[in-house]
Write a protein that binds this ligand. Structure first.
Ligand code: ARG
Ligand code: ZN
Length: 852
C-alpha cells in the first residue's frame, strides 16, 4: 500500500488556527489542541486527523463532547457545517518514546521532532505539509526541572502557575505545516547574541545548551551570524521574527531540524571547542547551522506541497549551504569534499536496489527517503541550473520563486518554472533529472591528428536502468571542458560549457596546434560517471598543469583509481606514474596545503570497489595497501618534510591552519605506512602533545590501524580523558570500527558489549554499527561475521528506533556487487531481518527492497 505522488489531492479541510496547551512532564504530558477546521471545496467527507500511537482522551466539537471513529492511523470526525472548532485532549509519555519522533525526553530535557510525520504522535491532526496553520502554544511545567520553556515564533507571556510550576506562551505569526512545530523544556542556558537585519530589525539569538556545554557554543553562534549576513547578501533573504533560538540535544535521529524560529540540533552539530572537536566537526557545525537557518526561506516561508517534493527544500538548501561553506574557506577543497561524499553515498544508492528519482513516485515510509539522492543529488541538480543559467539569472529565478510562492506549499515544478520564467531558459529536458534515477555514464573520446588544427571529442551518454525504470531518455548534461597543450602545458583556448542533450555528440575545437589533453567535467559540473581515453601520462599531466584545482584533484584520483583497478584485476600494477604525480604535488610550494592533503589521499576501498564488476574486498584492500606502502617508502623523505613543514603552532581555526593540520595528519599516516621505525613514537608524541582534537584524533587513528604497543595505551588514555563526553566517546568507538587491522571484527563485537555502548542513542549506534558497515574489508569478512553482527544490531535497534535502524540497511543491500558466497550470506541476513516478527514499516521497506 505505497503512497503515490500521482494520487495527490488537496486537503479536504484546512486548519487556519491551532492553540496548543501542554502540561509537561517526562512521565506524563497532557496536551489539549484547539483547532479551527474549515471545509475546503464542496464535498461531504469527514475531517480526517492523522494519528500514530495515540488515542484521544476526548474530542469536543464546538464545545460539545463528540464521537469519532478510530482507524489504524487516523481518527475521523463527521462535521455538519463548513467551519467548526475542535478540541482534542491527549496524554503522552515522553520518557517511553524511544523512537525520538514526536515529544520525547533526552538527558533531562523534553523536546520534539516532527518532520516528517512526528506531529501525529503529539496530536491527531491533518499532518501533511500543505495544511498551513497559525500556532499559539502554552506550556506549563515544573519550574526547577524545566526552567526554560521554548516554542516557535515569539514569546508573548510567562508567569507563575503555582505548586512550583510556571507557564510560558509563544505565538508564531507565520502559518506553517505541522512538521515545523517544536517545543523544548529544560534546564538550559543560552549563549546569546543579536543580529541586525538589512532592513534594520534587531533579532535576539540564543544557542541553548546545558550549563556545562556553554563554553562550546561560540563557534555555532558566530556561524549563525555569518550565515544570516550571507543569506542577505547572496540571496536577498532576511530573517522575519524577533528571536531565533537553537537548542542542542544529545538524542537525535538526524543532524538537525529547521523548526520555525526554534531549530533543534543534534549536539554534535553545535558543540565545538579545540579540545573536543576536529576541524571536520567545526566545518560541519558551521555548515549545519547555516543549512537549518537557510531553511527559514527555502523550506519554511516556501514549504513543500507533499513529501514527494522533499528535494525542493533539501536539494536547494544543501546547495545553498555548500555555496556558503565554499565562501568561508577554500572553494576547491569544499567541492572535493562534497563530490567525495556524493560518490561515497549517492552513487552506490543510485546503482543499487534503493535507487529512486530526486522526486520519487512512491514510498511506503517517507522517513526512508531522507536520502543522499534527495539531499545531495538534489543539490547537484540545483547546481547544474546555476551553472547553465549563470549567477545573475539564477538569482533572478530564486527571487521570483520566493516572491511567487511565499507563504505557500510549492512543488519542484514551481521551482523549475520560476527559473525558466526569470531566465528565458527552457528546462524541459533538464527536468528528467527529477524523474529519472541512476547515475548517467558519459564517455568522452578525444582525437587529434598531428598537424591538424582541430581536435574532436566524441561524447556519448547512457542512463542506466534502475528498479522500475528500465528505459531512460538522454539527459541534459552541462559539461565544462577545456583543452591543454601537452608540450607547453598551457590552455588551448577558453573553457567551454557544452550541453550534451543527445545520446551522442561530436564537439570540435579549432586552433589546436599541439597534442591536446582533455580536461572535462571541470568542477564536477554534472554528477556523472566519466569514461575517457586519457592515458596515465595525460592524467599525470593534468594533475600538475590543470588550472582548475578540482580538475587537478580529479585527474590524480583517476590516475590512482586506474592503477588500483589494474592491480586488483591483474594482481599487479605499475605504481610509478602515481608516485611521480604525488611527488610533484608534494613538491609544489604554491599549492594550498589543504588541497595537497586531499590530492595525495588514495581513493577509499569502497570507491575502488565501485569500479569493479565483482568486488573482492580483500584484493581491494591488498592493492590499496601495496600502493600506500610504496608511496610511503619511496617518498619517505617528502612525507617527513611535509610532516615537519606543517608543524603545529597554537591552535587556530583558520583555513591556513586547518590546511596544515590536514597535510600533517595525512603525512603521518604515510610515515606509519612506510614502516619508519620512529613512526609510532611520532604518532604517540603527537597524540600526547596535541592542543586540539584534529591532531589527537589523527594520531589515534594512525595508531589504531597499526600494530604498535602504543595502540592500547592511546585508546586507554583517550577513553579515560573523555569518558564523560559522549560526542568524543563516539569518536573512540568509530575510530575502532573503522580499523584496518585483521582483528577489526573481533574488536567491534567486543565494543558492542562495552558498558558505554547503547543503541538508545543514535549517535552511539551510528558510531559503532554505522561506521563498521562502511569499513569495507571488515564488514565483508569472509566468515560472514560482519553481516551477522550488523543484522543483529539492526534487529535490536528496530525495536527501539525504526528510523535510525532502517538508515543502516543499505550496506547489506549491496549484495549484488559481491562474489556469490558473500552475496548469499548478505541476502541471508536480509531474509532473516524481513522474516522477523514485529518488524517496523521502515525496516520492512528498506530490507524488503534490498532483497529484490
Ligand atoms: N529537515 C531536516 C534537515 O535536513 C532533517 C529532517 C530529517 N527528518 C527525517 N525524517 N529523516 O535539515
Ligand atoms: Zn535540510
Amino acid at each position: 500500500q505505497p503512497i503515490r505522488r500521482a494520487d495527490y489531492r488537496p486537503p479536504d479541510w484546512l486548519v487556519p488556527e491551532l492553540a496548543l496547551d501542554f502540561e509537561l512532564g517526562a512521565g506524563e504530558t497532557r496536551v489539549t489542541g484547539s483547532l479551527s477546521a474549515v471545509r475546503s471545496g464542496a464535498h461531504d467527507r469527514p475531517l480526517r486527523l492523522d494519528r500514530d500511537g495515540i488515542v484521544p482522551d476526548s474530542v469536543r466539537i464546538d464545545g460539545v463532547e463528540a464521537d469519532w471513529s478510530q482507524l489504524d492511523d487516523a481518527i475521523e470526525v463527521t462535521l455538519p457545517g463548513d467551519a467548526h472548532s475542535i478540541e482534542i485532549a491527549v496524554t503522552l509519555h515522553p520518557d517511553r518514546n524511544t523512537q525520538l519522533m514526536g515529544l520525547y525526553a533526552s538527558g533531562g530535557l523534553l523536546c520534539t521532532q516532527c518532520e516528517a510525520q512526528g506531529f501525529r504522535r503529539i496530536l491527531p491532526f491533518p499532518d501533511r505539509p500543505d495544511v498551513l496553520t497559525r500556532y499559539r502554544v502554552r506550556m506549563t511545567a515544573d519550574s526547577t526541572r524545566y526552567p526554560v520553556l521554548l516554542a516557535n515564533g515569539d514569546p508573548v507571556g510567562s508567569g507563575d502557575a503555582g505548586d512550583g510550576r510556571h507557564w510560558a506562551e509563544w505565538d508564531d505569526p507565520f502559518p506553517k505545516p505541522s512538521y515545523l512545530f517544536a517545543l523544548v523544556a529544560g534546564d538550559l542556558v543560552a549563549n546569546t547574541g543579536s543580529f541586525t537585519t538589512m532592513s534594520g530589525r534587531e533579532v535576539q539569538l540564543g544557542i541553548w545548551v546545558r550549563e556545562s556545554d556553554l563554553a562550546k557554543t561560540d563557534h555555532a553562534l558566530s556561524a549563525l551570524k555569518t550565515a544570516m549576513a550571507w543569506d542577505e547578501k547572496v540571496y536577498g533573504r532576511e530573517y522575519d521574527l524577533d528571536v531565533f533560538n537553537i537548542v542542542a540535544v544529545d538524542d537525535f535521529n538526524f543532524g538537525a531540524m529547521e523548526n520555525k524560529g526554534l531549530n533543534i540540533f543534534n549536539s554534535r552539530y553545535i558543540l565545538a571547542d579545540p579540545d573536543t572537536a576536529t576541524d571536520y566537526d567545526y566545518d560541519a557545525v558551521a555548515a549545519v547551522v547555516a543549512h537549518e537557518y537557510f531553511h527559514n526561506w527555502s523550506g519554511n516561508r516556501v514549504t513543500c506541497r507533499d513529501w514527494f517534493q522533499l528535494s525542493l527544500k533539501e536539494g536547494f538548501t544543501v546547495f545553498r549551504d555548500q555555496q556558503f561553506s565554499a565562501d568561508q574557506g577554500s572553494p576547491a577543497v569544499k567541492r572535493i569534499e562534497d563530490v567525495r561524499g556524493l560518490r561515497a553515498a549517492q552513487f552506490p544508492e543510485d546503482a543499487g536496489p534503493l535507487a529512486h528519482p530526486v522526486r520519487p513516485d512512491e514510498y511506503l515510509e517517507i522517513s526512508n527517503f531522507y536520502t543522499a539522492t534527495i539531499y545531495n543529488k538534489g543539490a547537484e541538480v540545483i547546481r547544474m541550473m546555476h551553472t547553465m543559467l549563470g549567477e545573475a539569472a539564477f538569482r533572478a529565478g530564486s527571487d521570483l520563486y520566493f516572491d511567487r510562492h511565499d507563504g505557500t506549499a510549492a512543488t519542484v515544478e514551481d521551482f523549475a518554472c520560476a527559473m525558466e520564467d526569470a531566465s528565458g531558459a527552457d528546462l524541459t529536458q533538464f527536468r528528467l533529472w527529477y524523474s529519472q534515477a541512476g547515475t548517467p555514464r558519459v564517455s568522452a573520446q578525444l582525437s587529434h591528428a598531428p598537424g591538424d588544427g582541430r581536435a574532436r571529442i566524441a561524447l556519448r551518454q547512457l542512463v542506466p536502468p534502475t528498479p522500475g525504470q528500465p528505459d531512460k531518455a538522454p539527459m541534459l548534461l552541462p559539461l565544462r571542458i577545456k583543452l591543454f597543450g601537452s608540450e607547453t602545458g598551457k590552455p588551448l583556448g577558453e573553457e567551454r560549457l557544452v550541453l550534451l542533450g543527445d545520446t551522442s555528440a561530436d564537439i570540435a575545437f579549432d586552433g589546436v596546434a599541439e597534442t591536446p589533453v582533455l580536461s572535462i567535467n571541470r568542477g564536477f559540473s554534472a554528477p556523472v560517471i566519466l569514461d575517457t581515453n586519457r592515458t596515465a601520462a595525460d592524467l599525470a599531466f593534468l594533475s600538475a598543469h590543470d588550472d582548475d584545482p578540482f580538475a587537478r584533484y580529479e585527474a590524480m584520483q583517476q590516475l590512482m583509481l586506474d592503477t588500483l583497478v589494474t592491480a586488483v584485476t591483474h594482481g599487479r600494477a605499475d605504481h610509478d606514474a602515481v608516485i611521480a604525480a604525488v611527488a610533484r604535488t608534494l613538491a609544489s610550494p604554491d599549492l594550498d596545503k589543504a588541497f595537497v592533503g586531499e590530492a595525495v589521499l588514495l581513493p577509499s576501498e569502497s570507491f575502488i570497489g565501485d569500479q569493479l564488476s565483482v568486488v573482492d574486498p580483500d584484493a581491494v584492500f591488498r592493492a590499496r595497501e601495496a600502493l600506500r606502502r610504496d608511496l610511503a617508502t619511496r617518498l619517505g623523505e617528502q612525507w617527513r618534510d611535509a610532516y615537519d613543514g606543517a608543524a603545529a603552532n597554537r591552535f587556530e581555526y583558520t583555513p591556513a591552519a586547518k590546511g596544515l593540520r590536514r597535510l600533517r595528519n595525512v603525512a603521518l599516516g604515510y610515515l606509519a605506512a612506510s614502516g619508519a621505525p620512529d613512526a609510532a613514537d611520532l604518532a604517540f608524541a603527537q597524540f600526547e602533545g596535541a592542543d586540539n582534537m584534529t591532531d589527537r584524533h589523527g594520531a589515534l587513528a594512525t595508531l589504531v590501524n597499526g600494530t604498535s604497543d602504543k595502540r592500547i595505551a592511546a585508546l586507554d588514555i583517550f577513553y579515560n580523558r573523555y569518558r564523560d563526553n559522549p560526542l568524543v566517546l563516539d569518536k573512540w568507538f568509530s575510530v575502532q570500527a573503522l580499523s584496518a587491522r585483521d582483528d577489526a571484527v573481533d574488536q567491534v563485537e567486543e565494543l558492542a558489549k562495552h558498558r558505554d555502548f547503547t543503541l538508545a542513542n543514535p549517535n552511539r549506534a551510528r558510531a559503532l554499527v554505522g561506521m563498521f558497515s562502511v569499513n569495507q574489508r571488515a564488514f565483508h569478512h569472509p566468515s560472514g561475521r560482519g553481516y551477522r553482527f550488523v543484522a543483529d544490531q539492526l534487529l535490536a535497534l528496530d525495536k527501539l528506533n525504526p528510523q535510525t535502524a532502517a538508515k543502516l540497511v543499505p550496506p547489506l543491500g549491496r549484495w549484488k556487487r559481491f562474489d556469490d558466497d558473500r552475496a548469499a550470506m548478505m541476502r541471508g541476513e536480509l531474509e532473516r531481518i524481513v522474516a522477523s516478527a514485529g518488524l517496523s514499516k521502515d525496516m520492512l521497506e528498506q530490507a524488503g527492497k534490498s532483497l529484490d
